[in-house]
Each structure stands twice: as structure tokens, then as C-alpha cells.
Design a protein around this ligand. Structure first.
Ligand SMILES: [Zn+2]
Length: 58
């Protein structure tokens, strides 16, 4: 099994990470992710705005 952050070999001491640094990175990601969950603007997957019309020839 490899570290999910940097894919280096896992250290049993910090599993599933390879180091405290990666464990901290994961924690920071988890925290920022939970804080960043948009409650008012849900993502609409696959509903991208149409690209601007670049056809200038008419
Ligand atoms: Zn790592």
C-alpha cells in the first residue's frame, strides 16, 4: 500500500501515510474540503455553460 498523498511507501507509524507531513496534508485537505462544501451553490455536474460564439464571419 502506498501513501495516498505522495504515493511513497507507507510508514506503519503514520499509516496510511508515509510521514507526518503527508498525514497533515491529508488532514488539511479534509478540513478545507469540509469547510469548502458549498451549501448555497450545489455543483451541477455536466452542466457547463456553452462556449462563447467565436464565429465572427456571420
Ligand atoms: Zn506521503
Amino acid at each position: 500500500m502506498a501513501c495516498p498523498i505522495c504515493h511513497a511507501d507507507m510508514d506503519p507509524k503514520y499509516r496510511p501515510f508515509c510521514s507526518k507531513r503527508c498525514a497533515d496534508v491529508d488532514l488539511a485537505r479534509w478540513l478545507s474540503g469540509s469547510y469548502a462544501v458549498p451549501s448555497e451553490e450545489p455543483l451541477e455536474e455536466g452542466d457547463f455553460p456553452a462556449p462563447p460564439d467565436t464565429d465572427q464571419t456571420h
